[in-house]
Design a protein around this ligand. Structure first.
Ligand SMILES: [Zn+2]
Ligand SMILES: [Zn+2]
Length: 344
């Protein structure tokens, strides 16, 4: 049994993961939002009269999903898209367990302010339910138009919203943050003073992933040298499911040495279609005693649980728990991020 709205969201999720089909993902998310306020009876009544497609954003394929879910069947569309995710992305949980138990938070996730499917409040609630003490809200920066990246003004508005939520949720804490784009020249896609005001800054490459090795290395090194950056997100940019995407070409030794020199963390991005960095690079992080952050990069509430994939990979690589920055208390974590901001 799957609730119709959940079925639509899971389809959006699987499409995003496997095929990266953004307009379709958005259509399924919109359809889920449309029907979520309706009761089961209201939906069943509309379905019985063949009127589901009268609802805004509900077309023939989304209506079919809703009808099948209402009948207690697993919608065919859902089975098909979830079936496309390869089985090897399922982690053996016995390895992930001790690392997961040590985690206190998550430093990379998105809300519906950018391309996430859920509100900040819903994401925070899901974090509480997972036993987290903090989550860093890291919506995209402005140049990523396709992901509704936040302008400086919208990010300032978001800080106010987070403040108000934190007053309600204490002692749980939503940390302010951003997943800031690393522009091709290595500069960051947000105002300096705003970056300085945030608790956590994750910097990631999202464009021109096929740049030559030397300029790509310089780009990532320059970002890590910025006093505002705390974590380098999904460093190779690879995708390992569906059509996939090859790793960006860069000098990992220079990038990781820079991270160590500036006391920054390299992200273990736990999204099953990314699993980034690959294992051979995780081994280099262990050799260098580099700090890491195990992040879900969640775009929906249930994706917060994807941290397990990253925990499994960290354990398999032999990364000591004390080098995983999101096992730290919120105070220790914020001392660490503030020390970067103070450098420059
Ligand atoms: Zn990203
Ligand atoms: Zn992200």
């Amino acid at each position: 049994m799957v609730e119709p709205a959940d079925a639509l969201e899971r389809i959006a999720d699987a499409l995003q993961r496997v095929r990266n089909a953004r307009p379709k993902v958005a259509a399924f998310r919109r359809a889920a939002d449309t029907i979520r306020p309706l009761t089961h009876t209201e939906l069943a009544d509309l379905a019985a009269r063949g009127r589901l497609t009268d609802l805004p954003g509900i077309g023939r394929s989304t209506a079919a999903v809703i009808e099948q879910a209402l009948r207690g069947e697993t919608p065919e569309y859902l089975t098909r898209v979830e079936g496309d995710a390869p089985a090897e992305t399922q982690p053996p949980t016995e390895l992930a367990g001790p690392v997961r138990a040590a985690l206190r938070g998550d430093l990379h996730l998105h809300s519906d302010w950018s391309d996430g499917g859920h509100t900040i409040e819903a994401m925070a609630g899901a974090g509480v339910a997972l036993g987290h003490q903090y989550l860093a809200l890291t919506d995209h920066s402005r140049s990523l138009h396709i992901a509704k990246g936040l302008s400086a003004d919208r990010l300032r508005d978001q800080l106010g919203v987070v403040d108000a939520l934190n007053a309600e949720l204490a002692p749980f804490r939503i940390l302010t943050g951003i997943e800031v784009d690393i522009l091709p020249d290595g500069t960051l896609d947000q105002d300096e003073e705003l970056l300085a005001a945030l608790d956590v800054v994750v910097a990631s490459v999202h464009t021109k992933l096929r740049m030559d090795r030397d300029p790509m290395t310089d780009r990532m090194v320059r970002a890590l040298e910025s006093p505002h950056v705390d974590v380098l997100g999904h460093c190779t940019g690879r995708l390992v499911v569906g059509q996939g995407r090859p790793e960006s070409s860069f000098d990992p030794e220079r990038v990781f040495d820079t991270a160590v020199a500036f006391d920054k963390a390299i992200e273990i991005n736990a999204r099953p279609e990314r699993l980034d960095p690959p294992s051979r690079l995780l081994a280099q992080l262990v050799d260098r005693e580099a700090k890491v952050a195990i992040d879900s990069d969640a775009h929906a509430t249930w994706q917060l649980a994807w941290q397990d994939y990253g925990c499994h990979r960290a354990a398999a690589a032999g990364i000591p728990v004390e080098r995983i920055v999101n096992t730290w208390t919120v105070d220790t974590l914020l001392d660490w991020t503030a020390a970067h901001a103070g450098n420059g």
